[in-house]
Design a binder for this molecule. Structure first.
Ligand SMILES: [Zn+2]
Ligand SMILES: [Zn+2]
Length: 96
């Protein structure tokens, strides 16, 4: 039997490891090349690879007059594309 909670935790661990790897790889390279940052100020890694929109959240004033976290309204990454992106393998095969 598959426990959905352990599936979620496993996915979070894999995603976290992937992100940590990306960040550390970027740190070592940042001395030589400018970081891949979008016009919205967020890193390329925070943008959806296919749809292009930004996953990051900004702490800002919301419509109700209170401050809170709101999804970045960037729809497409506009910054420089690092070379590694061209050679990155497809992460996962289609699930269907
Ligand atoms: Zn953004
Ligand atoms: Zn952006």
């Amino acid at each position: 039997m598959i426990d959905p909670i352990s599936l979620v935790i496993g996915g979070a661990l894999v995603g976290g490891g992937w992100l940590a790897g990306r960040v550390s790889a970027r740190r070592t390279k940042s001395e030589q090349q400018s970081p891949a940052v979008c016009g919205c100020g967020h890193d390329l890694a925070l943008h959806d690879r296919e749809a292009g929109h930004c996953h990051a959240e900004n702490y800002r004033k919301l419509g109700n007059g209170l401050k809170g976290w709101a999804r970045c309204n960037c729809q497409r990454y506009t910054g420089p594309t690092p070379l590694e992106e061209f050679f990155a393998p497809t992460p996962l095969p289609p699930s269907q």
